[in-house]
Ligand binder design. Structure first.
Ligand SMILES: N[C@@H](CCC(=O)N[C@@H](CS)C(=O)NCC(=O)O)C(=O)O
Length: 376
């Protein structure tokens, strides 16, 4: 294939809450590019730039597994602070000349910040163009993390009422990772939730223009997209499957018995005279006990469901069991399960759990990280 045949192109715009000079510097300065110039989940290995027309640049991007992707090109035009054009070619892409594409970035002052417009032309087909669209979206998220006064909270917004156990599980995960985020405490089926989630449930998550729904998918994204401790256990496939198993136990049997059939009766009573339906609660108790006895055996002498560190299953178990402990039937139920109580005391004293206390947040709250933000 020749360059003449490569006609597919990409145009993207992104608003950045930073002055145009700063955005231009971030696009051209080696130290700055080393912080942000790769998609989430990777890190930048090396950056070399020779910032003059005809000068070359080179960037390596490294996956968690250590796989290195190299890209480079030649500066075609440099008009500080408003315009930059350079060629772009990946190593190992077959005929390099045929795969060389062109990037033109225009920076415009807008609303006290900067509108970045990127035109990336010369793709050989729609699939390569679409791969680059996905990649650039994630790379620009990291550029915003780097430049926005609120860091990752300039991109990451969790949508959902903080009373929800699922919302709490996601908040615990974000806190464990040290990711600052904004919170929109929406109830299910509001227009803001319906705009993202086709079934109107909470939580949903924005990362810049990217949207995610379903708690498990959100947790998985957070784990892979951001640096910090893994939210899945070390220990290979057996431990990973165990984490999935315990997440599923809490998601299906735990949530159904504890929240849907018991706690919801206290929150939204459906019995006579607006009182909780005691018969419905009584019917849920054997199933709650069953969940608790399964957990009792699972914890044994450990404080976490798998290994020595919390994982996604613990993040969901903790808010569910906390809500149970605060319900009228909870203390008597939990009294029979000392391992569950011990493990929950450990989990519920973690700063990540405490940071997800529903009472702490108001509308549009910004949640600062418990430790330094790291987006890699
Ligand atoms: N499958 C969803 C379930 C989320 C869910 O059910 N959330 C509850 C709040 S805790 C909800 O939105 N309920 C509204 C409804 O059931 O219509 C997930 O994993 O995120």
């Amino acid at each position: 294939m020749t360059t003449q045949a490569a006609t597919f192109e990409l145009e993207m715009t992104r608003f950045i809450r930073a002055p145009r000079e700063k955005v231009f510097d971030a696009l051209t300065d080696e130290d700055a590019m080393a912080v942000w110039h790769c998609p989430r989940g990777l890190h930048v290995g090396e950056v070399n730039t020779d910032l003059r027309v005809g000068g070359r640049y080179r960037i390596t991007m490294v996956t968690r597994e250590g796989k290195v992707h190299r890209v480079g090109g030649v500066y075609q035009a440099i008009q500080q602070p408003s315009f930059l054009a350079y060629t772009w070619a990946w190593d190992g892409d077959g005929d390099a000349a045929a795969r060389t594409t062109l990037i033109e970035v225009t920076l415009t002052e807008k609303d006290g910040g900067t509108q970045l417009h990127m035109r990336h032309t010369g793709f050989p087909d729609a699939a390569v163009r679409d791969d680059h669209h996905q990649g650039w979206t994630s790379v620009f998220n990291r550029l915003v993390d780097y430049l926005d006064p609120e860091g990752t909270a300039g991109n990451v917004r969790l949508v959902g009422n903080p009373l929800s156990s699922y919302v709490r599980a996601v908040r615990i995960a974000l806190a464990e990772k040290g990711v600052a985020y904004a919170l929109s405490p929406e109830a299910p089926h509001t227009s803001e939730v319906d705009a993202i989630h086709p079934f109107g449930r909470i939580p949903a998550l924005y990362d810049g223009p990217l949207q995610f729904y379903e708690t498990r998918a959100i947790l998985r994204y957070i784990d892979e997209a951001f640096a910090g401790p893994s939210l899945m256990p070390a220990g290979g496939v057996t431990a990973q499957a165990r984490a999935e198993q315990w997440y599923s136990v809490m998601y299906d049997y735990g949530y159904d018995a504890i929240v849907r059939r018991c706690i919801m009766q206290y929150a939204f009573p459906s019995g006579p005279d607006g009182q909780p339906d005691q018969a419905a609660i009584d019917a849920a108790l054997p199933d709650i006990r069953r969940v608790l006895s399964v957990l009792e055996a699972a914890y044994g002498e450990r404080d976490f469901l798998v290994g020595n560190a919390p994982c996604i299953a613990d993040f969901l178990a903790a808010p569910l069991l906390y809500s149970l402990s605060k319900s009228p039937v909870g203390p008597a139920l939990l009294a029979g399960y000392p391992n569950v109580q011990r493990a929950q005391a450990v989990m519920q004293s973690r700063p990540s759990f405490l940071s997800a206390e529903p009472s702490l947040e108001g509308h549009g709250a910004r949640v600062t990280p418990l430790r330094k933000v790291s987006a890699a």
